[in-house]
Design a protein around this ligand. Structure first.
Ligand code: CA
Length: 436
């Protein structure tokens, strides 16, 4: 992961022309995913430009070599990720060679498939999904709605706060969002009623995919935490705010959250993100230093990620009228995360809890300090008090049926032929009524 890693050289180009033209997937990215063609088997691929490179086909053609090659014949990436960064790094170096050196073009080109011709899936069998709450501006904004004078609870600056989510309802981008039913209690009612959620929201998060796991009872030291992170994605923690408000005490989120979690299907490697690591934002004066088990000099100096984030909304009316998507927010993960990815992983295992290959961890909603990069409608509409206006003449406090949310993330640097963009692809979902 050093700066000398040739696979992150932003000046390098591919013989796949579309990879060099502002694509989310240039030669420096090479994210892994699981895809299928119509009636075809699920299998791993790597994104390059407008294409996906069929990895089992590449292996069958004798173009990949390593003790991990058989793991790429699986319909999920868990076994490959369990091998840790060494296998990921070997595959990445080989793909970089095959896709940059013109000599390999005739052998490799037959194994490129247009991304528009395939269906993408969740890349792993997710054993466990955990959601954190490290977006300090989000936590402050939400806290203010309940406790204007004391938005952050006393534990926030000591503990990366999290809760266990639901793995079974993790889906890839594009999965419809069926409006959940549940109990909701209006402030002026004595009793709750059961019915469709009226305050449906999204949460903009990054997802962490766990690679190598840890044994039960063996915490992951902070200096080793990065080795356990196989990749990153965009994650939407769909949230039913009215259900949440009624159910969350005393044990936290439950049915307000577990009806669906959407992820962008590409797993962006920490190796690809290495040039975009930054120092963690300095803690405000007066904040406690992290306890020793969460403190690491390398993480302090390079634990933040300069990842740009964007969320857009279209309504059914906007789409039929040809109105461009409404940008709900533009922000960055860099200044939003009070705790780093490594601190999240270390804290999760600090009691001996075992993480496993293919586990998914959400960072928590990532909002900026300013109101241009707020990661949920709960913040944008101030709990529904200030609806936003759309060019269609419609207003929104929360999501209506037919609304579509698209999240995107990317890092940018200067390359040989313009800006090189390490993109995450899209994480989208359209709301539909229950029973339709
Ligand atoms: Ca969340």
């Amino acid at each position: 992961m050093s700066a000398a890693d040739p696979t992150t050289d932003l000046a390098a180009t591919s013989w796949v022309a579309s990879a060099n033209q502002g694509s989310d997937f240039p030669l420096q990215n090479l994210p892994l995913g699981i895809f299928s063609e119509a009636k075809g088997l699920r299998r791993p691929g790597a994104a390059i430009g407008d294409y996906i490179l069929d990895l089992p086909a590449l292996a069958d053609a004798g173009l990949l070599d390593g003790d991990w090659v058989d793991d790429l014949a699986q319909p999920v990436l868990n076994a490959f990720l369990a091998r840790g960064h060494s296998a990921q790094s070997e595959l990445r170096e080989r793909l970089h060679e095959l896709l940059s050196d013109e000599r390999y073009r005739d052998d490799v080109e037959p194994h490129l498939i247009g991304q528009s011709e395939v269906h993408m899936h969740v890349p792993c069998m997710v054993g466990d999904y955990t959601d954190f709450y490290v977006g300090i501006h989000h936590a402050t904004n939400i806290g203010k709605q309940f406790r204007p004078d004391n938005p952050l609870l006393p534990n926030y600056k000591y503990i990366p706060i999290g809760y266990h989510g639901r793995a079974s309802s993790v889906r890839a981008s594009g999965e419809p969002v069926i409006r959940p039913n549940g109990q909701r209690k209006a402030a002026d009612s004595d009793a709750p009623e059961y019915g469709p959620c009226k305050r449906l929201d999204y949460e903009l998060e990054l997802g962490l995919w766990i690679g190598r796991g840890n044994e039960l009872g063996q915490p992951i030291p902070i200096a080793e935490a990065a080795d356990h992170i196989a990749g990153f994605c965009v994650l939407n923690d769909w949230s039913a705010r009215d259900l949440q408000a009624w159910e969350y005490q005393p044990l936290g989120p439950f049915l307000a959250k577990n009806f669906l979690t959407s992820v962008s299907p590409w797993m962006v490697s920490p190796l690809a993100l290495a040039p975009f690591r930054r120092a963690m934002p300095p803690r405000p004066a007066g904040d406690p230093a992290p306890l020793a088990y969460l403190d690491d000099p390398d993480d302090r100096s390079a634990g933040a990620l300069a990842i740009q984030l964007e969320v857009t909304l279209t309504t059914a009316k906007m789409r039929s009228a040809g109105i461009a998507p409404h940008v709900l927010s533009r922000g960055s993960a860099e200044a939003a995360m009070y705790w780093s990815a490594a601190q999240i992983v270390t804290h999760h295992s600090a009691n001996g809890c075992n993480l496993q290959p293919g586990d998914l961890i959400g960072t928590g909603t990532l909002s900026t300090a300013s109101d241009t990069g707020l990661g949920s409608l709960m913040e944008i509409s101030n709990g529904g008090k200030t609806p936003l206006s759309l060019d269609s003449g419609e207003t929104r406090s929360f999501l209506e049926d037919g609304d579509e949310i698209v999240m995107r993330a990317w890092c940018e640097g200067d390359g040989k032929v313009g800006t090189v963009r390490i993109g995450f692809g899209e994480c989208s979902g359209r709301v539909i009524a229950y029973g339709v």
